[in-house]
Design a protein around this ligand. Structure first.
Ligand SMILES: Cc1ncc(COP(=O)(O)O)c(C=O)c1O
Length: 393
């Protein structure tokens, strides 16, 4: 037998991959794998199962033999259904040739980054932000540059001058999620217009993550870049069935791109997933065609969760929540006197069996914050908040 060095396999891994921290929310959740009484509010998903009208469409498609490779950009019926849906929701029409179906929002973001970022280029990431974007940028050899939103009595706001100041000749994209994860903040149209102007001036791409766009609680429609961008602007919009249709495990999403990139996206799909699971796409069609009342009830479910959570947080003197989230599925709050959010999460988990996500995951400056996903049943949230009141008081 030849003698192999001890860490041969690990040594062979690309530097960019090795440099990505393995520390993530799942690692904290691992501490609780054998616990039964944990209330898990750490991940970004609800506790509702996929509704039958979607599940049945998926099963029927499979039974009918829709088990073959898919079109690379997605099956035409789903692309057209999405185009009609988006045309109805937004100010400007969307055509099917601008839509590529992906295996979730994550692969859509990965494609957006692979399309735009060379090794050594940078991406402006507006934070606090869900950390997966920074991992994706690192995977392709890019560099994330954080621009932090400001927190005031109005909640989280973005100063586009700061974004502009952070850009240089190697900036290829600006990424943000609106509504945000973890903040729930939405970018007003005026700010979106400033970003679009910056993109037109510099050629920098905008990657607008709109996966929580239907989850707005204040009666307003969350502004989309689809309302203001022209078809050939350098704008890529990410969306997903995961949240509003309770389909996190199905892995189904889409990206909206300029029509001239249709074939390029087909090629990228070919060399990554070679298409999105065919029968799942029929679930996507049913989700859009039959799902409006479901989307509304899901938003109401989260709205109730937000009120229960924030009412209880208001009663804990150490909690600082400047403004209640008006969209999304998270409360992101500061704890007075807490320095280390990871330690705090482990302590909360041990002493109250409530699983929260530590703020430091969401960027520098968020070490004193905790994130709680309130897309849970009212009963569970009441119990969780009673426990949190005890441990945080
Ligand atoms: C802001 C944001 N974008 C994208 C995603 C990815 O969603 P998907 O489950 O469709 O990959 C998430 C999931 O938590 C998210 O919070």
């Amino acid at each position: 037998m030849p003698h192999f060095p001890k860490h041969l396999a690990l040594d062979g891994v690309r530097e960019q991959i090795k440099s990505i921290p393995l520390d993530n929310i799942a690692n904290i959740a691992k501490q609780a794998f054998n616990e039964t009484d944990i209330i898990p509010l750490w991940f970004g998903e609800g506790d509702l199962t996929t509704p039958d009208f979607i599940g049945e469409a998926i099963c029927t498609a499979l039974k009918e033999g829709k088990n073959f490779y898919s079109h690379q950009n997605g099956i035409p019926e789903l692309r057209q259904t999405l185009a009609d849906y988006l045309t109805g929701l937004n100010a400007k029409p969307v055509t099917a040739n601008r839509i590529t179906v992906t295996s979730g929002g994550m692969p859509a973001i990965m494609k957006a980054v692979q399309l735009t970022v060379n090794e050594g280029d940078n991406v402006i990431v507006i934070d606090p932000v869900w950390p997966n974007i920074t991992g994706i940028v690192q995977m392709v050899g890019g560099i994330s540059r954080s621009v932090r939103m400001d927190l005031g009595d109005e909640g989280w706001t973005l100063d586009v001058e700061k974004v502009e100041a952070a850009c240089d000749a190697r900036t290829k994209a600006i990424f943000f999620a609106s509504p945000g994860n973890p903040t729930g903040a939405t970018l007003p149209v005026a700010v979106q217009k400033q970003l679009l102007e910056l993109s037109r001036k510099t050629g920098i791409w905008i990657i607008s993550d709109e996966v929580y766009s239907r989850m707005s609680y204040d009666g307003t429609i969350v502004p989309s870049f689809l309302d203001i961008a022209e078809t050939e602007d350098r704008v890529l919009i990410i969306n997903s069935f995961s949240k509003s249709w309770s389909m996190t495990g199905s892995r189904l999403g889409w990206i909206i791109h300029p029509p001239s990139l249709e074939k390029i996206f087909a090629m990228m799909v070919q060399y990554t997933t070679s298409g999105t699971t065919t029968y799942l796409q029929y679930g996507g069609i049913s989700a859009i065609r039959n799902g409006e009342s479901y989307v509304k009830s899901m938003t109401e479910y989260c709205h109730t969760g937000m009120k229960i959570t924030c009412d209880a947080l208001d009663e804990i003197p150490r909690v600082i929540l400047r403004k209640r989230p008006s969209a999304g599925m998270y409360a992101f709050f500061e704890i007075d006197g807490m320095e280390d959010s990871k330690k705090a999460c482990l302590h909360i988990l041990e002493s109250s069996q409530v699983g929260l996500a530590p703020g430091y995951f969401f960027g520098k400056g968020s070490e004193k914050f905790l994130r709680l996903c309130f897309c849970r049943s009212p009963q569970l949230l009441h119990t969780a908040m009673e426990r949190l009141k005890t441990v945080l008081t």
